[in-house]
Write a new protein. Structure first.
Length: 198
């Protein structure tokens, strides 16, 4: 008899308890979960155990067998919670002062001054359960830069490669994420672009 497979978000899992833990993290009720399953034996099991199931933790999510499973579980955690749990280290923080012309409700222009802050973080590859593709030492790090969209005020966390993270420069890291003619911007090009906006 073939072992049963379980799916959530289109991703296959071998263990029903893992799927139930993900549903608990999503705050799905027992009634909602029961509508997902079709086999009566699974429904009976879920009725018996769902109340005692704890939501999946970041540590459990990071220990899942493959990257698709990890992504399916981790997408239900706020990024800030992941950063704290994985002990991300702040490598560099820089702030740029900017000015923009904006328009009020009467369509009159006014000067808007604000600060744009960039933060470069490193997380141990071991904490992420990731092995470097090309070998690498024990202290291999995954880097990302935190930035805010000036128009929507949303926070973004953008991956940057290790060679860029090792420069320990948050603005150079964010510049690398921008492209012109399919080439990353230099720090100076990025700053010129930012100041030309002001």
């Amino acid at each position: 008899m073939k072992p049963q497979k379980f799916y959530t978000q289109g991703i296959e899992f071998e263990n029903i308890n893992t799927v139930l833990k993900i549903y608990k993290k999503q705050q799905k009720t027992l009634a909602e979960v029961l509508t997902i399953f079709t086999q009566e034996s699974n429904k009976a099991l879920i009725v018996n155990v769902y109340d005692s199931i704890e939501p999946i933790t970041i540590k459990e999510a990071m220990s899942l067998a493959n990257s698709e499973q990890r992504a399916a579980a981790l997408k239900h955690f706020p990024i800030e919670e992941i950063i704290v749990s994985l002990k991300a280290k702040l490598v560099d923080k820089q702030t740029i002062k900017k000015s923009q012309v904006r328009w009020d409700e009467n369509l009159k222009p006014y000067k808007y001054d604000f600060e744009d802050t960039y933060e470069l973080y490193a997380i141990s590859a071991n904490a992420l359960n990731v092995q470097p593709r090309w070998g690498g030492g024990q202290d291999y790090k995954i880097y990302f830069v935190k930035c805010k969209c000036a128009s929507t005020d949303r926070q973004y966390y953008l991956y940057v490669p290790e060679f860029m993270g090792l420069k320990q420069d948050a603005i150079e890291a964010i510049a690398w994420t921008m492209r012109f003619d399919n080439q990353p911007l230099s720090k100076q090009q990025y700053l010129n672009l930012m100041y030309s906006e002001t």
